[in-house]
Each structure stands twice: as structure tokens, then as C-alpha cells.
Ligand binder design. Structure first.
Ligand SMILES: *Cc1c(COP(=O)(O)O)cnc(C)c1O
Length: 316
């Protein structure tokens, strides 16, 4: 299936000399791949949606149905892709979506999506709710297309082969590409395109079995994964829960480069990069790319946003 074009490509690769120095790397060692600078509020899910929505349209879909956490960036970008393509969107959200923490929810209202709050359920129960919603839509005469959690089917993961190809042009000598791992499709596409030894994934505890997920998707793309480089030391108390290292990473990126990270994924990914430099698995002189996968709207749906504002105002 020919993918749709939903954003502008390639995304830029920006040098980050001040961040590099703060991490203990040489000033020229680090660059940031700006997949946060895409359409739909920014983020990695746009690449996946170009493939997933193309398939949905060719199957005659009238409405996209997907699932995620209360502040799912994938849900927000699915709603935006649906609007762009003249389709409906139903978002089945787990966790506790609340107007106290608007973030992505505010954008989903603007985008015209319908939200189904599934409550605090596990992955299987969330899938079950999605199937129920799809069944209801069919009974109403609609044609639903169910997109997987995080867009991470083999079709979605395949989209990151395109990012790998951009990086092969923009940073052919990159020894390390550092990326947050949620549902795993982004890392899987990069591994398929660049090789397992050049991709360092940092788990965010979005799924219980990230290694198996990524390996399975790499295999589905027709590659043998080899040993994956997947750090699980930044997950802290779980998905969406900030760690001191992630908080420090957000401040460092902002204060050295004006680079804005999100608390759920990219802050933990940069904390993982810092840990990799500290333990010697990334060394000065090795060209390193940090993949910024977006997610900034989620900051305004996270409790830390209020704490940051309070902290600032305490010194006003
Ligand atoms: C979904 C997401 C990720 C993780 O991507 P996966 O392909 O699900 O592993 C990373 N960063 C942000 C901002 C995301 O929204």
C-alpha cells in the first residue's frame, strides 16, 4: 500500500553542542533528529499513521478506532489524521482521563474525536473494549478500522524504515541512535533499517514485554534482530511516572538547547542516554543521534506541569 503524506519530510537533524557538553560528550558528537517537528502537534505516530490510514482507507473505513493511555499521543494524532482524511475517530482510553489534566484531551476535543473512557484496565481488557466499540459502530452502519495501541503493528513499524533511511543520509556515521520505547514500533523500524547494534532503546514501561515486542516486530519486517540494546533502568515507578533522572533530563535539554521534551517518553529516553554516557556504553567521540519523538502536549496533561509553574512562581 502506498503511504499517505501527512507531514513534511525529511525531518531536520539539528546539532546539539551545549546538550552534548552537559552530558559529557564532545560538542560535535550529538545531534537531535526532530520527529517532534511533524504535523498534528508533533511526534513519531505521524509516520506510522501514513501507512495505517492508507490501509484503512483502501479497506473502505469511515471511522478510525484506536486505544491508549489517558494522555496517549497516538490517540491525539489518530484524531488529527482522521480529520485530515474526512474520517471519524473513536479513542478508547485507559487510565484516568480527567479535565484536571487536559493535555492531549483538549486537542482531541478540537479535532472532533469521541472518547470512550475504559477505566484502569490491562491491555487485554482495553483490546476487548476496542472490539466492542468497533462492533457497535458496525451495527450503526459505519466501517471501523481498528489501529493498534501506539500504532505498533508491522505496518506501523515499517514507517520507521523511512526515518532510518533519512538518518542514513543525514548522519551516515552515527554509532548510536537513542530512542524511547513504548509499544516498540519505532525502535523496531530503526533496528530493521540501521541494525540492532546502532539503536539504543530506552524502555518507558508502556508495555510489560518491550524486548519481545520489538524483537517480534523486527522479525515481522523480515529482519533477524540480533541482540537488542534495550535499557530498562529508566522506567522508575512505571509508565508516566516521572523519575528524578527524567526531570533532570527535561531541564537540561531545555536549559542547554531550548529543546522541549515530554515527561513520559523523551525525558526518560534522554535520561537513558545520560546513563549510557555515565556507564561508558556511549563514549565521547562516538557520533550519537537522539531521536526526539514528540509528545509535548502530554506535558500539559501531566501533574508535573503544575509543579513546574508553582516552582517558578515561588521565586517570582
Ligand atoms: C508513542 C511514543 C513513543 C514510543 O514509540 P513506540 O513506537 O510506541 O515505541 C515515544 N515518544 C513519544 C512522544 C510517543 O508518543
Amino acid at each position: 500500500m502506498t503511504p499517505l503524506t501527512l507531514s513534511h519530510w525529511p525531518t531536520p537533524l539539528d546539532p546539539a553542542p551545549r546538550l552534548a557538553a552537559a552530558l559529557g560528550l564532545g560538542a560535535g558528537d550529538l545531534a537531535v533528529k526532530r520527529d517532534d517537528l511533524t504535523d498534528f502537534g508533533g511526534g513519531n505516530k505521524v509516520r506510522k499513521l501514513e501507512h495505517l490510514v492508507a490501509d484503512a482507507r483502501s479497506a473502505g473505513a469511515t471511522v478510525l478506532v484506536t486505544s491508549g493511555g489517558a494522555q496517549s499521543n497516538h490517540a491525539r494524532m489518530t484524531a488529527a489524521a482522521a480529520a485530515r482524511c474526512g474520517l471519524g475517530a473513536v479513542l478508547v482510553l485507559g487510565g484516568t482521563p480527567t479535565a484536571e489534566h487536559p493535555g492531549n484531551l483538549a486537542l482531541e476535543e478540537l479535532l472532533g474525536a469521541r472518547v470512550v473512557a475504559a477505566g484502569d484496565v490491562d491491555g487485554d481488557e482495553l483490546d476487548h473494549r476496542v472490539a466492542e466499540v468497533a462492533e457497535q459502530l458496525r451495527a450503526e452502519g459505519q466501517v471501523p478500522a481498528v489501529l493498534p495501541l501506539g500504532g505498533s503493528s508491522p505496518t506501523g513499524a515499517r514507517a520507521y524504515l523511512a526515518c532510518a533511511a533519512e538518518l542514513a543520509e543525514q548522519a551516515p556515521d552515527a554509532a548510536h541512535v537513542v530512542v524511547a520505547v513504548g509499544s516498540g514500533g519505532t525502535m523496531a523500524g530503526l533496528v530493521a533499517g540501521l541494525g540492532a547494534d546502532r539503536v539504543l532503546g530506552v524502555d518507558t514501561a508502556a508495555v510489560p514485554d518491550p524486548t519481545e515486542r520489538v524483537a517480534g516486530l523486527v522479525a515481522a519486517l523480515g529482519h533477524s534482530p540480533g541482540p537488542l540494546r534495550l535499557r530498562r533502568d529508566q522506567a522508575g515507578d512505571g509508565y508516566g511516572v516521572l523519575t528524578p533522572a527524567a526531570m533532570a533530563a527535561m531541564r537540561t535539554a531545555a536549559r542547554t538547547e531550548g529543546l522541549l521534551l515530554d515527561p513520559v517518553y523523551t525525558a526518560k529516553a534522554l535520561a537513558g542516554l545520560a546513563a549510557a554516557v555515565a556507564d561508558g556504553s556511549i563514549r565521547p567521540g562516538e557520533r550519537t543521534v537522539f531521536l526526539h519523538t514528540g509528545g509535548l502536549p502530554g506535558l500539559f496533561g501531566h501533574p508535573v506541569a503544575r509543579e513546574l509553574a508553582a516552582e517558578l512562581l515561588a521565586h517570582a
